[in-house]
Design a protein around this ligand. Structure first.
Ligand SMILES: Nc1ncnc2c1ncn2[C@@H]1O[C@H](COP(=O)(O)OP(=O)(O)OP(=O)(O)O)[C@@H](O)[C@H]1O
Length: 261
């Protein structure tokens, strides 16, 4: 079980940090959604946790400083799905998903029956079985997005960092993907941090939200605490209504204002 602890974390790309002052705990087996307008610094924060962007401040995984972990240790602890993944040319879906097993293989060792079984299971769960032999470059945007998630899920890490995992997915595939991740969270105690632009899904799946605006954390708490019409108006510049689903989740919907005149 691996939780995350961030204290005054800042991260950026060489000059001034683009996100700073982030203090948040993500207990093992919980789901944090990082939300906020475009360019706020959400992806940068995820990249810092993944070790792809340098950070300052305290960033601990399971009580250990992330900065002190080797690349292999990190790859066994953290599965990271970027918003836009670069996929290798000429590779088919099953081989790409199999790449997720790399951190579990001994150096120079080939994959075994267990690795192939994990890949088959992931392909099945992500509705990719019929595409196993297809070249990645021939997939639709949503199919490719699912293949990228497949590689990360095959990694079987205690922490998942998912940058906009539902981008390009239709509502059915988006929902089954989030359900799958939520099952991993509930059954295996996987810790999930995802960015999500869809605030309806964010409120349904994440226990807590962290709202970032212009590089600063401006609110955190339960979906009901963070997703008020006033907060969304202030930080997204959007006129919205917050309604409630039959399960009691807040659902942020745009409020179309009548034209004057
Ligand atoms: N590689 C980079 N080099 C320099 N600046 C970058 C780099 N990547 C992102 N930025 C800048 O950092 C800021 C935060 O970007 P980031 O991608 O973290 O935002 P975001 O909240 O994920 O946005 P979006 O919702 O649009 O995906 C932006 O101003 C962006 O232009």
């Amino acid at each position: 079980m691996t939780g995350l602890r961030l204290r005054d974390v800042a991260a950026g790309y060489g000059g001034a940090p683009v996100v700073a002052g982030v203090t948040v705990d993500v207990p093992a087996g919980s789901w944090l959604a990082v939300v906020g307008p475009n360019g706020a610094g959400k992806s940068t924060l995820l990249k810092a946790v993944a070790g792809l962007v340098r950070h300052t401040g305290v960033l601990e995984l399971g009580g250990r400083a992330a900065a002190g972990m080797s690349a292999r240790e990190r790859a066994r602890a953290i599965g990271y799905a970027p918003q836009v993944a670069v996929v290798p040319d000429g590779m088919v879906v099953a081989d790409y998903v199999l790449l997720g097993r790399t951190p579990h293989l001994d150096p120079l060792a080939r994959e075994g029956a267990r690795d192939r079984a994990v890949v088959a299971d992931v392909l099945d769960r992500l509705d990719l079985g019929h595409l196993a032999g297809r070249e990645l470059r021939t997939l639709s945007g949503g199919e490719r997005q699912r293949a990228v998630l497949g590689r990360v899920l095959a990694q079987q890490t205690p922490v998942l960092l998912l940058d906009e995992p539902t981008t390009g997915l239709d509502i059915g595939h988006a929902q089954s993907l989030l359900e799958l991740v939520d099952r991993l969270r509930a059954e295996d105690g996987t810790t999930v941090v995802s960015t999500l632009h869809d605030l309806v899904f964010a409120a349904q799946y994440a226990e807590r939200l962290l709202l970032v605006d212009r590089g600063e954390p401006v609110a955190q708490g339960t979906p009901a605490q963070v997703l008020t019409a006033a907060t969304v108006a202030r930080h997204y510049g959007a006129a919205v209504e917050v309604v409630h689903t039959s399960t009691g989740h807040p659902a942020v919907v745009p409020a179309r204002l009548p034209h004057s005149g």
